[in-house]
Design a protein. Structure first.
Length: 262
């Protein structure tokens, strides 16, 4: 068995939402380092440009960007049309963009639900729907196109932090991914979720600064996730090695979700 080809993503066209920072940049970097062409899309155009400069300096794959504010529903169509114009197909969609809102239960506002569920759940469906013809065009026999959804272990467990909309949105995303796997499989597209534990990211920055030792103490492997962990998992799912994985929710958390506290 040819291991390098089994895990190859060379020349695959990959769209990573929120791919300029945090976990998204880790994923983008992994694909570019392995000779894929990555499109980064987020609302921070300057961060997208900076990330692409950094990634293209690696001299391996390529990085391009399509700025888009996914809080704005019209931007979904813009991204899909721009990808169609530039490439005409897509091999991998990584739905990584996400939002969080932490606030006391007694004051948790309605607008938190609207903001978090729109971005973390509704827009994932809408973007996947919009680029499905491109994914169908990128699929081949034995090598389907891939949808990789970045979920959270907070959608599998009950977190201690008061992030009600976030946890609900990620639990919804995990099940949406399974529903998509059933509907898109016959169209040559797989759908899987990585339920991520703690990684260095903008969303986790303040929490890690306050509670890093506690968080690492709750992980059986004794550390938070590294760029190699999340990028490697995405590359596996996007390569021939992951071609028969469909409808899975994979806890990428060092075992914290199964770690007994007592």
């Amino acid at each position: 068995m040819d291991i390098p080809n089994l895990f190859s993503v060379k020349d695959k066209i990959v769209l990573v939402t929120g791919g300029a920072k945090g976990i998204g940049l880790m994923i983008s970097t992994g694909f570019v380092q392995n000779h894929a062409h990555v499109y980064i899309s987020s609302r921070d155009a300057s961060a997208c440009a900076s990330a692409c400069t950094q990634l293209n300096a690696l001299g391996k794959g390529r990085a391009s960007y399509i700025p888009a504010d996914f809080y704005n529903e019209a931007e979904i169509t813009k991204v899909a049309e721009e990808l169609r114009r530039r490439e005409g197909k897509l091999h991998v969609l990584v739905n990584n963009s996400g939002s969080n809102w932490g606030e006391s239960y007694d004051t948790y506002p309605s607008k938190a639900w609207d903001r978090v569920l729109n971005l973390n759940l509704k827009r994932v469906f809408q973007l996947t729907q919009a680029v499905t013809p491109l994914l169908e065009a990128g699929a081949t026999e034995g090598d389907p196109a891939r949808v990789i959804n970045i979920g959270s272990i907070d959608g599998l467990r009950v977190p201690s932090l008061e992030t009600f909309a976030y946890s609900a949105s990620k639990a919804g995303l995990h099940h949406l991914s399974r529903v998509l796997a059933s509907h898109l499989g016959p169209r040559g597209i797989t759908s899987n979720t990585l339920a991520c534990g703690p990684f260095e990211s903008k969303m986790m920055k303040a929490t890690l600064e306050k509670f890093r030792e506690v968080i690492e103490g709750g992980v059986p492997l004794g550390r938070i996730g590294s760029p190699e962990d999340v990028a490697g998992s995405c590359i596996w799912l996007a390569s021939r090695a992951g071609a028969w994985v469909n409808g899975a929710t994979i806890a990428l958390d060092g075992g914290s979700v199964v770690h007994a506290k007592l």
